[in-house]
Design a protein. Structure first.
Length: 732
């Protein structure tokens, strides 16, 4: 416990204690258990569970969600002492679950269900506390089920409440809510040790004392105040109940213990996930440690005569709303519960339940703000519907039932999503022809069988089909059968089929019937204009961010015996302009000559002639934006050996300045020189090699300039060079 956080935790702990006290008593009453059983569980939940738990925000104690289970179990087992034996067993089971690391279950609760839980609790706080705010205190303060113990439901209780209004209670509740809402606009907000809820409680006591003395008609009767039963301090043992261990052999005790362990654990895991969402510091509760803490707590509850404990969303929400910083606030609330039954009862019995109801109603409003519903709606039906179903189900049933209904709705949308979109289909053109690619997702279940089969069987004849399972951790056996059956169909339709990425345990060998690497026959069939279009297509894929997967291992095997490139690119040495990447090319597709400023020399012309001998069908001279070599030439840098490069580029600089009344400047000048330099390089290739001139004239080889805009990822090609009627100047 740090002194710098105590100024936050102390007032938060006091407020949580004030809220928890009547709730502990109310749950004990609703459970058919001794009233002090609720207080004992509150003390254990605060001190024991709070000390062991790793959560900074969660507050544990008796929960309304278990009240019905406890009431039915007492009836079934016949005595509260026998129930304590079941609670002791439940604690041992929870402790074992924590040690066995069963807390991972919390990771599988969808966010939309958790947010629905929080919103539903907010709505329930408003609906359930509204009767208490106007002085109708027939039902327990922590009642959350739609059908209540006295036969009423949530809405009928509100209707009855408005026919039995207590004016003094309503005045206190209204003033309290106004203060809570507008507290941040008053100077009192700067007093850290005086949170708004604590001020509201003090005001409620003061108003009720004032009503008693000066306005008897508004005086609040004792049944509308906190009611801690009198305690004989000299005989504390009389208030403790102990488990009847002789009933450990009773089959029903084990069934009740298992039921309590499962329900309490699920409710705890749900609540810690929910409060972690509320935590402004977004700290994560270690769920396995939380199960251990709850297990120890329930062992203590069983031994000392308490009710089952769980993490409780209402008290945890109040804790967070009052800006607690550490679990010291939780432990402090337990200490105060202990003190309340020992020495503070007379003072606490002056607190109107209406003031506490106001605190919970405002907390409920913060949990169920309209903005939360609006934000969930904007996320689409798959998020909003499970959220809304969870809210409605919890409000109209109870917490656990509502969450299970919400999980079912979320599971429906998950299955629907898997059924509709079990894979991605893409069609693109490579040098080997059109390729239809089916990429399978991480999990492929039997629900995907029909759509995968339909998509495969609809692929036309003579296609190249690639099924990529590299990202799939699990593929259902039914889907594997579909893939295996399609091999037969593919063979009959002259479809070349590749299946890549299947895990070894599927015992289904990957058929590789085509490789996205150039072979001699394909290279021979390609014309220069075909290669140019392939480069355009590849750059479009790169620009759009949907480059093809290369399967380099297969390409290595296919090209190990020889290369059959389709083009040669004269490229700058700039690190941002790799031709293989910006043209989305595979291994062996391109020959690349890299030289600063993409200038031409005798050695480069020799390399281009060799490229033709290797079968390349197109020469591309590619410059680019923000070229460093062009920039140096513009600055007339020519010292040392770099002059061999910048000297060649200076010709383009002079050409861009001559004959212009207003020569370009800055970036415009840099681009103009770059484009002119590309054209000069094309001229040098034509002038420097009779061998290449002849091949270009005969159409055996193409020659084209290209300008790569690095910022937009786009390559702009000029018109291919022709030797009879000139060319479309890229520099124009």
């Amino acid at each position: 416990m740090h002194t710098n956080t105590l100024k936050y935790d102390l007032p938060a702990g006091i407020v949580v204690f004030l809220v928890a006290l009547p709730l502990c008593l109310g749950i004990a009453l609703a459970s058919g258990a001794p009233l002090f059983a609720g207080i004992i569980s509150g003390i254990i939940g605060g001190i024991v569970v709070g000390a062991i738990s790793g959560s900074h925000t969660s507050v544990s104690g008796p929960a309304a969600g278990l009240a019905a289970v406890v009431l039915a179990s007492i009836t079934k087992l016949g005595a509260f002492e026998i129930l304590l034996a079941a609670i002791l067993l439940a604690g041992v089971m929870q402790l074992a679950m924590g040690v066995a690391r069963a807390g991972f279950i919390a990771n599988y609760i969808p966010s939309n269900v958790i947010k629905g839980l929080l919103a539903a609790i907010g709505i329930l706080l408003i609906l359930k506390q509204l009767p208490h705010a106007i002085g109708y205190d027939v039902n327990p303060a922590d009642e959350t089920s739609f059908i209540q113990a006295n036969g009423e439901n949530t809405f009928s209780a509100i209707a009855h409440a408005f026919s039995a209004i207590t004016p003094g209670a309503m005045i206190i509740a209204l003033l309290s809510m106004l203060i809570l809402v507008y507290w941040d606009r008053t100077p009192l907000k700067n007093i850290k040790l005086l949170p708004a809820p604590l001020f509201v409680v003090a005001l409620g006591v003061a108003l009720n004392v004032t009503f008693d003395r000066f306005f008897p008609a508004l005086s609040i009767d004792p049944e509308h105040l906190v009611d801690i039963p009198p305690l004989d301090i000299g005989n504390l043992g009389a208030y403790l109940n102990f488990p009847d261990l002789a009933h450990f052999t009773n089959h029903d005790v084990w069934i009740v213990g298992f039921t309590i362990a499962i329900v309490a654990s699920l409710e705890t895991l749900l609540n810690v996930e929910a409060v972690d969402k509320l935590d402004p510091h977004k700290r994560e509760t270690p769920t396995n440690r939380e199960l251990v803490a709850q297990g120890v707590g329930n062992i203590c509850a069983g031994l000392l005569g308490g009710l089952p404990v769980t993490s409780v969303i209402v008290r945890s929400s109040v804790n967070i709303q009052n800006d607690n910083r550490t679990k010291a606030s939780t432990i402090l609330h337990g200490v105060l519960l202990l003190a309340s039954v020992l020495v503070l009862a007379p003072m606490l019995n002056l607190i109107p339940l209406a003031a506490l109801a106001a605190i919970l109603i405002v907390t409920g409003y913060k949990l169920a703000k309209v903005s939360l519903f609006r934000d969930m709606y904007k996320k689409g039906w798959s998020q909003f519907v499970p959220f809304a179903v969870t809210v409605a189900a919890i409000v109209l049933t109870d917490l656990l039932t509502g969450v299970l209904v919400g999980l079912a709705a979320s599971l429906f949308y998950l299955m629907r999503s898997h059924f509709k979109n079990p894979f991605s289909m893409e069609q693109y053109r490579l040098h080997i022809g059109e390729v239809v690619k089916m990429e399978l997702p991480n999990q492929v279940s039997f629900l995907n069988k029909a759509t995968i089969k339909s998509a495969l069987w609809e692929i036309p004849e003579n296609a190249n089909v690639l099924i990529d399972a590299a990202n799939s951790d699990y593929i259902d056996h039914d889907v594997l059968e579909v893939i295996n059956d399609y091999r037969v169909v593919a063979a009959e339709r002259n479809v070349k089929l590749n299946v890549v990425g299947l895990r070894d345990e599927y015992s289904l060998h990957d058929p590789i019937q085509f490789v996205p690497a150039l072979d001699k026959d394909t290279q021979t069939r390609l014309a220069p204009e075909d290669v140019l279009q392939l480069l355009r297509d590849g750059n479009e894929r790169f620009r759009a961010g949907r480059t093809t997967k290369k399967y380099y291992l297969h390409q290595v095997e296919a090209t190990a015996g020889g290369q059959h490139p389709m083009a040669v690119v004269v490229n700058c040495i700039d690190s941002r302009t790799s031709p293989e990447i910006i043209f989305d090319a595979g291994l062996g597709d391109l020959l690349t000559i890299r030289i600063a400023g993409n200038v031409i020399s005798r050695e480069i012309i020799g390399s281009l002639e060799i490229a033709h001998k290797l079968g390349a069908k197109l020469i591309v001279v590619k410059g680019h934006s923000s070229c460093g070599a062009i920039g140096l030439a513009l600055q007339n840098e020519g010292a040392h050996s770099m002059g061999a490069i910048t000297g060649k580029i200076r010709k383009a600089v002079d050409q861009c300045k001559c004959g212009a009344h207003h020569p370009p400047e800055g970036k415009a000048m840099l681009e103009a020189v770059t484009r002119r330099n590309i054209e000069n390089s094309l001229d040098e290739i034509i002038a420097g090699s009779a061998f290449l001139r002849e091949r270009i004239a005969r159409g055996e080889m193409g020659l084209v300039g290209a300008y790569h805009d690095i910022a937009t990822r786009t390559v702009q090609f000029g018109e291919p060079v022709t030797l009879d009627d000139g060319r479309n100047d890229l520099a124009a």
